[in-house]
Ligand binder design. Structure first.
Ligand SMILES: Cc1cc2nc3c(=O)[nH]c(=O)nc-3n(C[C@H](O)[C@H](O)[C@H](O)COP(=O)(O)O)c2cc1C
Length: 210
């Protein structure tokens, strides 16, 4: 797929398809950096930015990702140019939410009951079970993954979000810190010819409530 620098947002959305077959052409540092720059601009609750990324390009590690114990034998992952392991920092999520609330209060940016509501929200997140905190942080990470997927289209790259994986095995394999939870894998590469062009989707009538 040639690089297209003049895409509108809807063009990128329409052109994006999950890509699972890639050419041998490597994914460069600049391309990874461009994806991360897009991810970093994603919105997040209380600007907590809980996303962390680990890019893997080592061929032997990519092969490991395709194995049964890591991805239930999604062998095509071995052919990706890179796999971005997209993580949520669940502790950082709480810490940075608290920091934002503090900043809003100290600078009198948000007042009265709205500020009280934010304080209560942050307090609830701080004392929530790890699974609830992970869910909230993961929602933010998911948005940033979407930003990367759309930027990838503009760069002529293909992506596929992979949600079927063994989290602990990947954490052990890559030596990821215990405070990080894996939200998803983003396979990235130069699309091989013959990618899908149609979107199989529900009709709007089914999605939009009247
Ligand atoms: C949260 C999530 C998890 C997914 N997990 C996988 C996966 O493990 N393996 C895979 O091949 N595709 C996976 N996909 C890709 C979907 O199958 C794909 O987005 C969907 O079929 C629509 O096709 P499209 O992306 O080409 O529009 C996942 C997508 C999302 C958003």
């Amino acid at each position: 797929m040639p690089k297209d620098t003049n895409l509108g947002v809807m063009d990128a959305i329409t052109k994006r398809h999950s890509v699972r077959t890639f050419t041998e052409k490597p994914v460069s540092n600049d391309q990874l950096d461009a994806l991360f720059q897009a991810a970093r601009l994603a919105p997040s609750s209380l600007n907590s930015q809980p996303w962390r990324y680990k890019a893997v390009r080592d061929k032997s590690l990519l092969t490991e990702f395709g194995k049964k114990e890591i991805s239930r034998t999604q062998a095509w992952l071995a052919g990706a140019g890179a796999i971005i392991v997209c993580c949520a920092d669940t502790e950082g999520y709480v810490r940075d939410s608290q920091a934002s609330a503090f900043f809003y209060r100290e600078n009198d940016l948000i007042k009265g009951d709205t500020m009280k509501g934010i304080d209560e929200y942050v307090e609830r997140e701080s004392s929530a079970a790890e699974s609830a905190r992970f869910g909230a942080a993961a929602m933010n990470v998911g948005i940033s993954i979407s930003f990367m997927m759309l930027r990838a289209v503009e760069l002529g790259l293909g992506t596929c979000w992979v949600g079927m994986f063994n989290e602990q095995k990947i954490k052990d394999m890559l030596g990821l810190p215990p405070g990080l939870r894996i939200v998803g894998l983003l396979a990235v590469g130069h699309p091989a010819p013959g990618q899908p062009t149609e979107h199989k989707r529900k009709q709007l009538e089914e999605l939009v409530l009247t």
